[in-house]
Design a protein around this ligand. Structure first.
Ligand code: SP5
Ligand code: ZN
Length: 359
């Protein structure tokens, strides 16, 4: 008897993080990682009767976040969020634009990354050290949204640990897989999937399958040396796609954890047939690894209409992907990552969970 509905965790606090713009090729563009993404998914799952949606209380201890991330980065993020309005106001006053900030609570402190120029860490450099690109601006609601997003992943993982649930979907926003132990970027601040995997380790070995269009560089880094956590990712070839520096096929883990990292870069234009062929290989590796639990970094930016991506999956593809993952029969946490074609995000989620639930 297949499960009728997927237990789904959601928080309205994600709306507290809503930057207006990002920069694309020297122009300002709308910030793609929008609150409306989750409204769309939430509405469609509910309408389809596929999900039991819960809003969990805050339960994630900051110590758990600091076991996965550099404690200094976590403090920095929290402090910057608390100070963002004051910092921006001071800066805008300097430009003679001090009156603007009081009219718009959604001002963000933009970082100037120097991640790849770092030598010794200088405490005065915090604002650049912890950031690797310009798409993770910190505003006054950012800490709350990010904490509550990570909380969903943590609470979902605990539901699997206790045995209360076999599969849980966490509607995380902001996403997390580009965030590493001590860096943020790519719309990501805290690594929700990594926090979940860390929590699931009490069950035994854990596999993370990342099916976002972009390589999960942050998750890979966090578990690079860990032979008990398999990180396996299918994504656009970093030779031609963000994040550009990570996700090549020869990245397979450290000497002590060889093949506990596996990367499947695919070319632009990859179709469903090519994608599913690769997914079957990934699934076989997960089976061989024999984990006690599975985390899916679930991106919907592999869709053919996604505005920043160039794969060719269609709506039906997601049912097939969901079926293959669920066939592993593992306790599984589905963690939302990217996906930016808002008009069809709900339909993608419905298609995916129809596959997962076999409905
Ligand atoms: C969580 C997530 O999906 N983050 C993605 C962040 C991507 N930011 C993007 C980049 C600009 C890429 N432009 C490349 C176009 C090649 N078709
Ligand atoms: Zn992505």
């Amino acid at each position: 008897m297949p499960d009728q509905r997927i237990t789904t965790l959601y928080t309205p606090h994600h709306m507290a993080h809503a930057p207006a713009v990002e920069f694309l090729h020297g122009h300002k563009a709308t910030y793609f990682e929008k609150p409306q993404r989750l409204d769309e998914i939430h509405g469609h799952l509910q309408q389809a009767g596929l999900a039991t949606i819960q809003q969990p209380e805050a339960a994630l201890p900051v110590e758990v976040i600091k076991a996965v991330h550099d404690p200094e980065m976590v403090d920095f993020l929290q402090e910057m969020s608390a100070q963002a309005v004051a910092i921006v106001r001071t800066d805008l006053e300097m430009y003679g634009m001090g009156d603007q900030v009081s009219h718009d609570p959604y001002y963000y402190e933009w970082m100037y990354p120097k991640r790849f120029f770092k030598g010794q860490r200088d405490p005065r450099d915090r604002r650049r050290y912890f950031i690797f690109d310009s798409t993770a601006p910190i505003g006054k609601g950012t800490w709350q949204a990010v904490y509550e997003s990570a909380n969903l992943a943590y609470v979902g993982a605990e539901m699997l640990v206790s045995g209360a649930e076999k599969q849980v979907y966490t509607m995380c926003r902001p996403p997390g897989h580009h965030a590493g132990r001590d860096y943020m970027g790519g719309y990501c601040f805290l690594n929700n999937a990594a926090i979940a995997a860390h929590t699931l380790r009490t069950l035994g070995k854990v596999a993370i399958l990342d099916i976002d269009y972009h390589h999960g560089n942050g998750t890979q880094d966090i578990f690079w040396n860990d032979a008990n956590v398999l990180f396996i990712s299918i994504h656009a070839d970093p030779a031609v796609e963000y994040p550009y520096y990570s996700g090549f096929a020869d990245e397979t883990g450290s000497a002590d954890s060889r093949n506990a990292t596996l990367n499947y870069p695919l070319p632009h234009g990859s179709t469903e047939a090519e994608y599913l062929h690769t997914l079957d290989q990934a699934v076989a590796h997960i089976q061989d690894f024999a984990p006690s639990a599975l985390v899916i970094s679930l991106g919907f930016d592999t869709y053919k209409e996604d505005p920043m991506a160039e794969f060719e999956l269609d709506l039906g593809s997601y049912t097939k992907i969901g079926q293959r993952i669920a066939a592993l029969g593992l306790p599984t946490l589905y963690v939302q990552e990217g996906g930016y074609y808002i008009p069809a995000l709900g339909a993608m989620a419905v298609s995916f969970f129809r596959g997962v639930l076999n409905r």
